[in-house]
Write a protein that binds this ligand. Structure first.
Ligand code: HEC
Length: 215
């Protein structure tokens, strides 16, 4: 993703990078379209605003060019083309609940906190209702819905916002494990307004009673 002329994305226009990010479609040579494998989370990024894509592209262009030829991809099957279900906004929403939803979507909180169905896709009626993490550790990504018994319904918005920035639970204890790492690496860099927006959004989603148990 650096601007190396031979092995990087120096030759891609801003529009091409935006298309790769939000639709998974890249130039395939000779005018053809290459569909990117969905392990690259373009389905998640498809909601990203035009402005945020422009800023992200501007950032990528500042990366020092590094020459690193990676092998050509070898897939058993070409991934099917995908059309985003919604048109992304020109700018990210400013109203707190909508902004929180935007941030939670892009940060892919659901990747850990929403249980997956048999086909591996997130269960839409169990949005952020807690899930067992992949791997053998049996770590549980908590139920983030406002359910009082099994979710975070008893947390105040301020407690959620503080937690997102610091990893400190309402009890005053620090969180551990995967979420601690996420906060350290990513969410501690949120602005206070964005942490508050995430809290406002989490308060607005349907309460789901669910207590995931490690198998
Ligand atoms: C890499 C996986 C992962 C991602 C991504 C992730 N979380 Fe978590 N989260 C966890 C795990 C695991 C826990 C439980 C940690 C524990 O209890 O020790 C947790 C705990 C939490 C808690 C504490 C809940 C409680 O009852 O203690 C909140 C709130 C939370 N996450 C919010 C979020 C939000 C909001 C996002 C996205 C902006 C997010 N998480 C992204 C794995 C993740």
């Amino acid at each position: 993703m650096t601007s190396d002329p031979e092995t990087g994305i120096a030759g891609y226009s801003d529009e091409t990078i935006a298309s790769i990010l939000r639709t998974g479609q890249a130039p395939g040579g000779g005018g053809a379209v290459k569909v990117i494998h969905p392990i690259m989370p373009y389905k998640t990024f498809s909601v990203m605003s035009d402005k945020d894509v422009q800023d992200l592209v501007a950032y990528l262009r500042t990366l020092e060019p590094i020459s690193n030829a990676v092998p050509k991809r070898a897939l058993n099957e070409e991934p099917p083309a995908w059309t985003p279900p919604t048109t992304p906004p020109a700018e990210a929403p400013a109203e707190p609940v909508a902004r929180g939803e935007y941030l939670v979507t892009l940060a892919n909180c659901a990747g850990c906190h929403t249980p997956k169905g048999d086909d591996g896709s997130p269960m839409t009626d169990m949005l952020l209702a807690g899930a067992v993490m992949p791997g053998d550790a049996g770590e549980i990504a908590s139920n983030l819905t406002p359910d009082e018994a099994t979710g975070i319904g008893k947390w105040t918005e301020a407690e959620i916002a503080t937690f997102m920035l610091t990893g400190t639970l309402p009890s005053g204890e620090p969180i551990e494990g995967a979420m601690a790492q996420q906060i350290q690496r990513r969410f501690s860099k949120l602005t206070e307004d964005d942490a508050a927006a995430i809290a406002a959004y989490l308060k607005s989603i349907p309460a789901v009673s669910n207590e995931p148990k490690a198998p």
